[in-house]
Design a protein around this ligand. Structure first.
Ligand SMILES: [Zn+2]
Length: 222
């Protein structure tokens, strides 16, 4: 294992595996730096060479499909080595997404609902732009507990239905970005309370965007 230092953070892994990741990581940081207006220099990017070590490092369930993660408590991006498991996304996409989590975490002092974290990262990664909104609207409104498809406190559920959860999160955040822009979203993130309930978060977002939650959700899927 080797350490490889960059302006934005330190890689830990085997040199041959680190080298192809450096450029995509730096590019993702430059884009995020532009969007958020500040720089994060102390992120760790760790490559894992055993599935057991990888899932233990972030408490993922054994059968998770996630091949990379961001752990805010440690400010660490974890990646399973492609020699152990194939990556689904390109390195560019992967770093745009995970590095976005790094900056989002550093923007707030409290807690951001996981759906919002993911929604912003997916907007940034730009891989969901062809999503069939009609289909997702049907799915979302067919849920018994609509809030649940955006809930932050649903780790188990989230891993089982990740694709649903990510699509719904993306559509809501994409709508917030389209209607209010970057500055309004950033000021919202700073307003969110530490570990606020879903209802509290809903109220703050509705007020911030001068709409009702129901209207916002309705419009996000159109
Ligand atoms: Zn994510």
């Amino acid at each position: 294992m080797e350490k490889f230092v960059t302006k934005y953070g330190v890689f830990i892994g085997e040199r041959k595996d680190i080298l192809p990741l450096v450029k995509p990581f730096i590019r993702a940081n430059q884009q995020n730096e532009k969007f958020w207006g500040f720089i994060v220099t102390d992120c760790t990017i760790k490559i894992y060479y055993s599935w057991a070590d990888y899932i233990r490092s972030v408490k993922f369930p054994q059968n998770t499909h996630a091949t990379a993660y961001y752990l805010p408590q440690k400010n660490r991006i974890g990646i399973i080595s492609p020699t152990i498991r194939k990556q689904v996304h390109s390195w560019n996409e992967l770093f745009l997404h995970e590095v976005n989590h790094v900056y989002c975490k550093h923007t707030t002092t409290g807690y951001v609902p996981a759906w919002m974290y993911e929604g912003i990262a997916i907007c940034f990664e730009k891989s969901y732009e062809t999503l069939d909104k009609k289909r997702w609207k049907q799915w979302f409104f067919a849920q018994k507990r609509k809030g649940k498809s955006l809930y932050f406190n649903c780790n188990k559920w989230r891993h089982k239905n990740a694709s649903y959860y990510y699509s719904a999160s993306y559509l809501v955040v994409d709508f917030l970005l389209r209607t209010g822009g970057r500055n309004k979203l950033c000021s919202l993130l700073k307003k969110l309370p530490a570990y606020g309930s879903h209802d509290r978060v809903k109220t703050i977002i509705s007020k911030h965007y001068s709409t009702t939650w129901e209207e916002l959700i309705e419009n996000a899927f159109c």
